[in-house]
Design a protein around this ligand. Structure first.
Ligand code: NAD
Length: 482
């Protein structure tokens, strides 16, 4: 096998493996280099998303929801079950099975598309060469490439006040593999990961779940009205979210962890059986490029790129979590496709204004585009339409009538600028809003579209109608007396 390629991709996560497949589809001779190994030592593709992030966490979310429903969600449907027993081992084995199937699926896709795969650590050298150190081989090999795509992903950020310690103080990957349900669970960081993992373990029976969050605002990137509703719902579910609580230290005492933190009232202490550190992620760029390659990074270690993911080096692109923008698998995948098309000489771009975000708690939070606070900050005149799930027949039938959908449209043009939702299956519903925005749609376009009844998606229709005060299933806003 020759070591000259049209494209060398470093990283086999959702950004890198998608880029590699698209390159191969475009008849470019492509190799993907990835160093991830499964707990059993097997080299695997899929990166964090498949092995220790999106997929295993969603498997556990789903299982924990079944468990919670069996415990106390079925009686109201007239379904009575006997004593419910948790088999955590079976739940974890199911999760591991899903991960195994999907990572092997990518291997199959590589084979079917003719993508070469090298299990090892890649490093960018000067002149579009990549040095690869393969596990168990003394000698490194050097690949030569016409184009290089860097997709190294990101890792959990560590907190010096709370260093990871065995199974007691863990990061998000460790929290997906607890062997028993912790009675008192502590989480540092009430961001996306903290909330998703806290919800899973609360549903599985953790007696207390305490989230210590340094900021005094909750989910600042989310629309304010949605964040307020979320805080109320999570509180009712038993998540104890303590804002403005900055962790200052942590000590393991026997089988428990003592955490010290400061809040508005001074020094506080809390004791937990397990502690999860979920304070953000940082790009995997340490040692990614040899100094002589002169790859430009910014002050956070992100690879500097332009709108089309070109680095400062000719023929070298970077995509996914290691470049600017939200750390989301789908954003990385779209960048991978764009870069493959550019390499093949086609025109391509990513629309960064329509990236959907989803927080997979129960209920789900999802949004796309601008929030009310960002529109206000930009001085944009807008109209808003809100429809509560409480007025949706389908949500009522599901027994999930909390939350709402909000459509924000520019006042003059009526163009949809943002859609925000909290409620049942919002992670799926948001796709309708993304399509409407991608096609440059207006609130009126959505209002004129027919939605099937009875579905949750009708709530998006009603929210669009509400932009112009025409929602049919909620009382009209009171008109001012003349
Ligand atoms: P995050 O940035 O969402 O949240 C981390 C939180 O930790 C912040 O609110 C921060 O204020 C807080 N924090 C930091 N230092 C602290 C301290 N000393 N004491 C208390 N709180 C502290 O990060 P995350 O939840 O770790 O997620 C990482 C990335 O992964 C995010 O970019 C996210 O988009 C992505 N992700 C996305 C999904 C999804 O799309 N559903 C799921 C998981 C992760």
């Amino acid at each position: 096998m020759s070591d000259r390629y049209d494209v060398v991709v470093i990283g086999g996560g959702p950004a890198g493996y998608v880029a590699a497949i698209r390159c191969a589809q475009l008849r470019l001779k492509t190799v993907c280099v990835d160093e991830w190994t499964a707990p059993d030592g097997r080299a695997v593709l899929g990166g964090t998303c498949l092995n220790a992030g999106c997929i295993p966490s969603k498997a556990l979310l789903e299982s924990s929801e079944h468990y919670a429903r069996a415990c106390d969600g079925l009686a109201s449907h007239g379904v009575r079950v006997g004593a419910v027993k948790l088999d955590l081992g079976a739940m974890m084995a199911r999760k591991d099975g899903i991960v195994g199937d999907l990572t092997r699926g990518i291997e199959q896709l590589f084979k079917a598309n003719g993508v070469h795969w090298i299990a090892g650590r890649g490093q960018l050298l000067a002149g579009r060469r990549v040095r690869v150190r393969e596990a168990g081989r003394e000698q490194a090999r050097t690949l030569e490439a016409a184009h290089v795509i860097l997709a190294p992903g990101s890792s959990s950020m560590e907190l010096k006040q709370a260093p990871l310690q065995g199974e007691l103080v863990v990061d998000s990957a460790g929290a997906l593999a607890f062997e028993r349900v912790p009675k008192r669970l502590g989480i540092i960081g009430a961001g996306v990961i903290g909330l998703e993992l806290g919800s899973v373990w609360r549903r599985l029976g953790a007696e207390t779940v305490t989230l210590l969050e340094a900021q005094d605002s909750f989910l600042p990137m989310v629309d304010e009205q949605v964040a307020k509703e979320a805080l109320r719902i999570y509180g009712a579910q038993g998540l104890d979210i303590r804002l403005a609580s900055r962790v200052t230290g942590c000590r393991v005492k026997g089988r428990t962890v003592e955490v010290r933190y400061e809040d508005g009232e001074g020094e506080q202490q809390a004791r937990f059986d397990r502690l999860i550190v979920a304070v953000g992620r940082r790009p995997n760029t340490d040692g990614l490029a040899d100094e002589e390659a002169r790859l430009l990074l910014d002050e956070w270690g992100l690879i500097h790129v332009d709108e089309q993911c070109r680095t400062n080096l000719p023929g070298v692109y970077a995509i996914g979590d290691a470049v600017r923008g939200p750390m989301l698998a789908h954003k990385g995948s779209e960048e991978g496709v764009m870069v493959a098309e550019l390499i093949a000489g086609h025109a391509a771009r990513v629309n960064y204004d329509t990236i959907p975000s989803v927080i997979y708690t129960h209920p789900e939070i999802a949004w796309v585009g601008e929030s009310e606070q960002s529109l206000r900050a930009a001085g944009t005149d807008y109209r808003s339409g809100v429809f509560p799930f409480a007025a949706s027949g389908r949500a009522r039938a599901l027994g999930e009538s909390g939350g709402f959908i909000k459509v924000l449209a520019e006042a003059g043009s009526d163009r949809i600028r943002g859609v925000h939702m909290i409620g049942p299956q919002c992670g799926e519903l948001v796709a309708e809003a993304v399509i409407a925005m991608e096609l440059g749609g207006s609130a009126e376009d959505l209002a004129l579209t027919m939605f099937a009844h009875p579905t949750l998606s009708e709530s998006l229709h009603e929210a669009a109608l509400a932009v112009h005060g025409r929602a049919l299933h909620i009382p009209p806003r009171r008109r001012r007396k003349r």
